[in-house]
Design a protein around this ligand. Structure first.
Ligand code: PLP
Length: 825
């Protein structure tokens, strides 16, 4: 071991005793607490610091290797990283669980309790942010030298609670107890300019004179993958004022004025926008996007230039992935850095930019496609507006040369906005400025080509590809579902943890009745646990014998929680009418947050809770139907609900869910899906087989045809007495006697403006649910189908998705799964 080696015996854990010593050392010398009076938070901090130590050598080795071998690096830019807790996954990835458990036991501490006291880092809204977190895990697992770049929000996504069934929001102070995983990097600071004007210098070059400069300060979190041999970095940026205090004002006694610009700067990393579909607080949001994009690009260029003299090599050594349009300004920021800061010519800079960047599209919903007014964009980023216009000119010339009769207006990056003022379409900018634009499922990529990006696809054929999302099997099976994970290890070994496709070895066991009983028993353990939590948190007693029917995701009309609760109402009425029939007992579980400004989504939460109140307290119903809305959906709650699910609700309006990843997690954990042919459901269905999934409802194509023809829900409602009775009951106050008109807006939506085709799919959904009931009654057959779901969804691993990105977008090598599984031994 050479002198420079930082490995000290103290830090290398070979036994529970080593672990115990290190935890106590951390508690005393890093947390500064006497073991005699340390509280649970302190032990949690000490354990995190002890585990973090185990990452540091591997982290530095990973970095050194990347430099030494001059490996191509991947940079994943994302406005959101929904990482949740890191402790348990890291312990499992490093194979330390046994030592940690024993060490804590010898200290009189409970492992599970300590795990639960780690704050859940909610730096994201939903699927998009969680995808970024799963990808970090997979890039480390596959030893791809990678950085995640994002914002270190002081307040992550709001904390949700219920007040009389209404959503209320409180700030999420995840940093209050300290984020013990991170390393502050006080020396890594970048200047981020805003506003001002562009002037021409005497040499003819354009020069941006910014009106304001804000500092970006780096905080690094090491991210280990399976077996922990490679460790990557999640680098999050915090905004700092260039000067903390205006001393002149302070000395005059104007204390608030003295702090004003500091507060203004720090606002940039204060809150995560709790809304991933509209652009409220436009100015701040644009500033946030530019802030983290610019800091990240400056940082990666500095790293590149530290051992490459020639920027023309950039595309060979660097791949930058834009997670949706939030970092799309990277197209013009990279151009600006290359041209204005490094003296490169425009054409060459544009070529390098496109070969380096690629863009992932996450939604085709028009209101969710970012578009900045030209006035705002020009005021905040005047130099970038010039560059956008320059790119737009090049782009239109390419389009004109593409010898097709194309509508140039629809192709432009800077559009005319139908009389609402000009704007910059960020999706167009990201598409034009990248060499690949990927959809997140096969259906979604196909819809990109046919709808929003149809014209761009004509000009740049082959640029659109589909890379179906995936989830990490480490967190979403191995770590969250110990009963099933243990059973799998006993039955087929543990290769699936590092190579999820190996889980297909489970398939032959589907017909083995004895194995079926054990699979069922594993699910039962998770259901009992969740039942206990529901009783504790909601005061609702539920039976683990009931089918656990789960819909957990952001509250949004397109995800159609409304369809689900309307089915519950219909079912409730049916049970009341014939209580003595042989009903399949069901527990409907909902969890999800609504954007605070999204009134309809919040009203649907209230409806779910009002229906739950009526159903749960009706003595005629008993265990035949129960409804639970579990507040504050986040990663940790998902980890507790998913293992307990029998039925997975994936019922979005076809054509609107780009992929979904909740669908994958639930199927992997042996839940059977009821769903529409939307997003990745299509591919899940192909893989698990039509017998093992319940598909219903209109297809994306049929929905599109209905939209063209003009869909009128009134005729549907009039023709369906069950649907009519459900809507009438909701509208007349059956569930809200204290305020009969409470759900007027929902009834109006369904009757006059059913944009999400809830009424159109209602009857088919009811039929499908009754088939689900029938299926669940045959326990052995249900379990067989559940096992086949687990066995057949190995392809939906984030590792597979990352291999696809590496091969088809980044041009980066990855080890083959077999070699990887062996090397990991
Ligand atoms: C997986 C996940 C999501 C995405 O769920 P969808 O059903 O695909 O919308 C959202 N939030 C959390 C916390 C998740 O773990």
């Amino acid at each position: 071991m050479d002198a420079a080696s930082p490995a000290k015996p103290m830090r290398h854990i070979a036994s529970a005793e080593d672990m115990r010593r290190l935890i106590v050392d951390k508690l005393i010398y890093s947390v500064g607490k006497d073991p005699q009076n340390a509280v649970r938070q302190d032990w949690s901090a000490a354990l995190i610091l002890a585990v973090r130590d185990q990452l540091v050598d591997r982290w530095m080795q990973s970095t050194r290797k990347a430099y030494r071998e001059d490996q191509k690096r991947v940079y994943y830019l994302s406005m959101e990283f929904l990482i949740g807790r890191l402790l348990k996954d890291t312990i499992l990835n490093l194979g330390l669980e046994k030592h940690v458990r024993e060490a804590l036991a010898s200290l009189g501490r409970d492992y599970e309790q300590i795990l639960r006291s780690e704050p859940d880092a909610a730096l994201g809204n939903g699927g998009l942010g969680r995808l970024a977190a799963c990808f970090l895990d997979s890039m480390s697992t596959l030893a791809i030298p990678a950085h995640g770049y994002g914002i270190r929000y002081e307040n992550g996504l709001f904390r949700q609670s219920l007040a009389d069934g209404w959503q209320t929001e409180e700030p999420e102070d995840w940093l209050v107890t300290g984020h013990n995983w991170e390393f502050e990097r006080p020396e890594v600071i970048y200047h981020i300019p805003f506003g001002g004007q562009v002037v021409e210098r005497h040499d003819g070059r354009r020069h941006w004179q910014a009106a304001e400069v804000i500092l970006a300060a780096a905080y690094d979190t090491p991210i280990a993958g399976w077996r922990g041999s490679h460790v990557n970095t999640l680098r999050l940026w915090a905004a700092r004022p260039a000067t903390r205090i205006d001393l002149a004002s302070f000395n005059r006694g104007e204390y608030l004025t003295a702090m004003e610009s500091a507060v203004r700067a720090e606002t940039i990393s204060r809150v995560l926008y709790p809304d991933d579909t509209t652009d409220e607080g436009k100015n701040l949001r644009l500033r946030q996007e530019f802030f983290f994009t610019s800091a990240s690009l400056q940082d990666l260029l500095r790293r590149f230039l530290s051992d490459h003299p020639d920027l023309r090599q950039l595309p060979d050594k660097v791949a930058i992935q834009l997670n949706d349009t939030h970092p799309a300004v990277a197209v013009v920021e990279l151009m600006r850095l290359l041209v204005d800061e490094h003296g490169m010519g425009m054409d060459e800079a544009y070529d390098i930019t496109r070969r380096t960047l690629s863009y992932t599209n996450h939604t085709l919903m028009p209101e969710a496609l970012e578009r900045w007014s030209l006035t705002l964009f020009g005021a905040v980023l005047p130099r970038h507006l010039e560059l956008v216009r320059w790119i737009d000119e090049q782009h239109l010339r390419t389009a004109a040369a593409a010898q097709r009769s194309l509508d140039l207006e629809r192709l432009r990056i800077v559009d005319h906005g139908n009389g609402n003022g000009h704007g910059v379409r960020m999706g167009h900018l990201a598409f034009v400025g990248s060499h690949r634009a990927n959809g997140v499922s096969a259906l979604h990529a196909d819809l990109m080509r046919r709808t929003v990006f149809h014209d761009l696809d004509q000009v740049y054929p082959g640029r659109i590809i589909g890379v179906t999302n995936g989830v990490t099997p480490r967190r979403w099976l191995h770590s969250c579902n110990k009963p099933l994970s243990d059973l799998l290890e006993e039955t087929i070994g543990e290769a699936w943890i590092g190579d999820l496709e190996a889980i297909k070895a489970l398939e032959p066991f589907a017909d083995d009745a004895a194995f079926g009983e054990r699979f069922h028993a594993a699910k039962r353990i998770s259901k009992e646990r969740l039942a206990a939590e529901i009783e504790e948190r909601l005061g609702l007693k539920v039976s683990p014998d009931a089918m656990f029917d789960v819909q957990i995701k952001r509250m949004h009309e397109y995800k159609r929680q409304l369809l689900n609760i309307m089915e519950a109402v219909a079912h409730y009425f049916a049970i009341r009418a014939e209580p003595d029939r042989d009903w399949t007992p069901r527990l409907k579980i909902f969890a999800g947050k609504a954007a605070p400004g999204y009134q309809m989504a919040k009203l649907i939460i209230k409806l779910i809770n009002d229906v739950a109140r009526a159903v749960n307290s009706d003595p005629v119903i008993g265990d035949r139907l129960k409804i639970a809305f579990i507040p504050n959906y986040n990663v940790s709650l998902a980890e507790r609900i998913i293992p307990a699910a029998d039925l997975s609700e994936q019922i979005s309006t076809a054509g609107m869910e780009a992929s979904g990843t909740g669908n994958m997690k639930l199927a992997l954990n042996g839940a059977i899906t009821i769903g529409t042919l939307d997003g990745a459901n299509v591919e899940i269905s192909e893989r698990v087989g039509a017998q093992n999934i319940h598909i219903f409802g209109l297809t994306a194509e049929e929905i599109a045809a209905h939209r063209l023809a003009g869909f009128d829900s009134r005729a549907v409602i009039e023709a369906d007495p069950i649907l009519k009775s459900v809507i009438d009951a909701i509208g007349s106050g059956v569930f809200s006697p204290e305020e009969p008109g409470r759900f007027r807006a929902i009834v109006d939506r369904l009757t006059y403006d059913d944009f999400f085709f809830v009424t159109a799919d209602f009857a088919a959904y009811l039929d499908a649910q009754r088939q689900v009931d029938e299926g669940f009654n045959d326990r052995r057959e249900w379990t067989r189908r559940a096992i086949l779901n687990t066995a057949r969804v190995g392809w939906f691993s984030a590792d597979r998705a990352i291999r696809d990105y590496a091969r088809e977008i980044w041009g980066v090598d990855t080890p083959p799964p077999s070699a990887f599984a062996e090397a990991a031994e």
